[in-house]
Ligand binder design. Structure first.
Ligand SMILES: *Cc1c(COP(=O)(O)O)cnc(C)c1O
Length: 361
């Protein structure tokens, strides 16, 4: 199918809405009569400023972000935030709490240990991260500068269904793989961050939402470009922002608003995931990985009884136009990433394909 779009179930970078790509294609050589591409534009130009500030405003509207939170569009991926978060926040008490529910939260924890006294306040490592700890399993330190967790575990396919209660300690959440999939009470958080390539835009843009009073306490070694306070003062333009990906995010937010916003997206993504999980639970061949009450609506992980059969399934699915179904390289099995842009039809057809595969094998 060389000239057709496939159903791309990649974990990231991942599918973007077709209308967004088509509009970007239309505007690629001449944006809004400027005679140039957004990619070729000075980030200090009036026209680009309008795109940048407009996209911030669209995100503020989409997630109902209160005024005392600043929106930064930065480079470096979620991984750079693994360092930026402790550098900016740990100075208050020198201590921080982490919940370990997968590889990304583990990496964030390891990075933070370079900057202070960092403690594991909750973990699902005892059962290889098939579940999310309950509130009663969390042991928060009231003296921690912040509590960090990863809202959706992209690799393991689990998702926090509640916001942990850690008293007055600011919550920091890595929302890379489920931001914009449902409403979020931003006022419960100190910092929210997300790499854009899962649910928002292209790789290279990182969205950071910071409660303003938490900025301004960075440890002295903090690189200037990573200092929230300085980025806030410069409206996230201390250096060149990932300009084109910010523009794409703006188009994605227009698309989402036309659809009914995150409230509507929550209904869609719940339905999409339920379709797949129901099929897997009733199947005689496929076995879901995560505990029922902890399953991610974005990354569905499962396997068969045999690695051979997993491989055959992945191969035949790809030939039929359902691509990138292999599980994370250390986990094996299958992973179906169903981000916002995946149409319901993609999951319906995948389930049909799974049914036919089960019958034939
Ligand atoms: C993909 C991902 C990351 C890593 O993002 P980069 O942009 O590659 O740094 C971190 N956290 C989560 C939850 C992810 O899904």
């Amino acid at each position: 199918m060389p000239n057709e779009r496939v159903y791309n179930f990649a974990a990231g970078p991942s599918i973007l809405p077709l209308p967004v790509l088509e509009r970007a294609a239309k505007e690629i050589t001449n944006y809004d009569g400027s005679g140039m591409s957004v990619m070729e534009m000075s980030h200090r130009s009036k026209l680009y400023e309008k795109i940048f500030n407009g996209t911030q405003q669209k995100l503020r509207t989409a997630l109902k972000i209160p005024d005392n939170y600043k929106i930064l569009f930065l480079q470096g991926g979620a991984t750079l935030q693994f360092a930026a978060v402790p550098m900016n926040l740990i100075g208050r008490t020198g201590k921080a709490d982490y919940a370990i529910t997968g590889n990304f939260s583990q990496n964030a924890y390891k990075e933070a240990k370079k900057y202070g006294e960092v403690r594991i306040a909750a973990s699902s490592a005892d059962r290889d991260h098939v579940y999310i700890p309950k509130q009663a399993d969390i042991d928060p330190d009231p003296d921690a500068s912040y509590f960090h967790y990863c809202g959706n575990n992209t690799v393991y396919g689990t998702e926090w269904k509640y916001i942990p209660d850690v008293g007055d300690v600011p919550l920091v959440c890595d929302m890379s793989s489920h931001i914009l999939s449902k409403p979020v009470d931003v006022s419960r958080y100190g910092v929210i961050y997300a790499g854009a390539q899962k649910n928002m835009s292209g790789a290279g843009l990182t969205v950071v939402i910071v409660r303003e009073d938490l900025a301004g306490h960075a440890i002295p070694e903090t690189p200037t470009v990573m200092d929230y306070k300085i980025q806030i003062e410069k409206n996230a333009m201390y250096n060149t922002p990932p300009a084109y990906n910010v523009y794409i995010l703006g188009l994605v937010l227009d698309w989402l608003a036309d659809l009914g916003g995150v409230e509507e997206m929550e209904k869609i993504k719940s339905k999409r995931a339920a379709l797949l999980y129901d099929y897997i639970d009733n199947s005689g061949m496929f076995i879901a990985r995560a505990d029922k009450d902890s399953r991610s609506d974005m990354n569905v992980t499962f396997r068969t009884e045999s690695e051979e059969l997993d491989k055959k399934f992945i191969r035949e699915a790809a030939a039929a136009g359902f691509v990138n179904l292999e599980g994370y390289r250390t986990l094996g099995g299958m992973r179906v990433s169903i981000y916002n842009a995946m149409p319901m039809e993609g999951v319906e057809k995948l389930v049909d394909f799974m049914g036919a595969f089960e019958k034939n094998n």
